[in-house]
Design a binder for this molecule. Structure first.
Ligand SMILES: Nc1ncnc2c1ncn2[C@@H]1O[C@H](COP(=O)(O)OP(=O)(O)OP(=O)(O)O)[C@@H](O)[C@H]1O
Ligand SMILES: [Mg+2]
Length: 259
């Protein structure tokens, strides 16, 4: 089996005249935590949407475990193990915490035998939902409606939903966005647990987080890959520094030196 769980070959997405993702070729090694960073509008979310099938590429290819899945539909990709959370909170507000997690577990399990599966596996969906809720420390809040949760707890519920769906590759788009500073370490700890038995790709603006948790970092700029490497390589890459990191993330060198 290929060392790479996901590979893109010159993946490209145009919106009218705008090239949002510009021929991106990227290899994601199985078991790695691979971060995508870059300024607003760099194409990070669009790139994730191409990986999950929320968007169709204009050109290029996507491989999963060496197989071409460029044309595979969104729900089929979820079924084979590509799961994601959204930058914008994606929960069912009028359902309970537990129902949200259970529905997430059930949603990926779609095939022709769905009715039989539903009966046979109902218990396991519940089990997965409880485990996921426990993992993100929302135990005790299962019966609350999702819209009663704080923003931070809603982000944790979102993580629980992706955990309940049990993907092989987990794509997290800004999991700490909008969170109170004191909640960030808890989310980082959760991500640390999640990555133990799966591949995680993450888009994150918090450089402290990115530098401390990543195995590899890809820097995107104007839809293209500007650089790729280990956190230390990225932090010391002059091209990256001069292109934008110096001004955007002025404390980057300091963080890297403290690693
Ligand atoms: N559905 C769409 N239709 C038209 N243009 C789009 C669409 N989605 C994204 N874009 C444009 O594509 C470019 C890349 O957007 P994208 O959301 O991928 O950036 P990003 O790196 O995720 O930014 P941010 O850090 O702000 O989340 C932007 O110029 C954006 O305006
Ligand atoms: Mg984005």
């Amino acid at each position: 089996m290929s060392d790479y769980i996901l590979q893109t070959e010159k993946l490209r997405k145009e919106f009218g005249g705008l090239v949002a993702v510009r021929d991106v070729s990227l290899n994601v090694q199985r078991g790695h935590l691979h971060s995508i960073i870059g300024p607003n509008g760099a194409g990070k979310t669009t790139f994730f949407n191409l990986l999950t099938g929320n968007l169709r590429p204009t050109s290029g290819r996507l491989l999963y475990n060496g197989d071409d899945i460029t044309r595979l539909a969104l729900h089929r990709r979820a079924h084979i193990g590509i799961g994601r959370s959204f930058q914008i909170t994606n929960i069912y507000p009028n359902q309970t915490v537990f129902e949200n997690a259970r529905l997430a577990a059930q949603a990926v399990d779609s095939d022709a035998m769905v009715i039989f599966n539903h009966i046979a596996r109902f218990g396991s969906y519940e089990q997965k939902a409880f485990e996921a809720i426990d993992l993100v420390s929302l135990t005790g809040k299962e019966r609350l409606l999702a819209n009663m949760l704080s923003h931070g707890d809603q982000r944790k519920l979102e993580l629980a939903m992706i955990v309940a769906s049990d993907p092989k590759v987990m794509l997290l788009d800004e999991p700490t966005a909008g969170m109170a500073t004191e909640q960030v370490p808890e989310v980082i700890e959760i991500i640390g647990i999640l990555r133990q038995n799966r591949t995680v790709m993450i888009v994150e603006h918090n450089m402290n987080v990115v530098m401390s948790i990543s195995d590899r970092i890809t820097v995107m700029h104007n839809g293209a890959v500007l650089a790729e490497g280990t956190p230390q390589e990225i932090a010391s890459n002059e091209h990256v520094q001069s292109a934008y990191l110096g001004e955007l993330y002025g404390d980057l060198m300091e963080i890297a030196q403290n690693e």
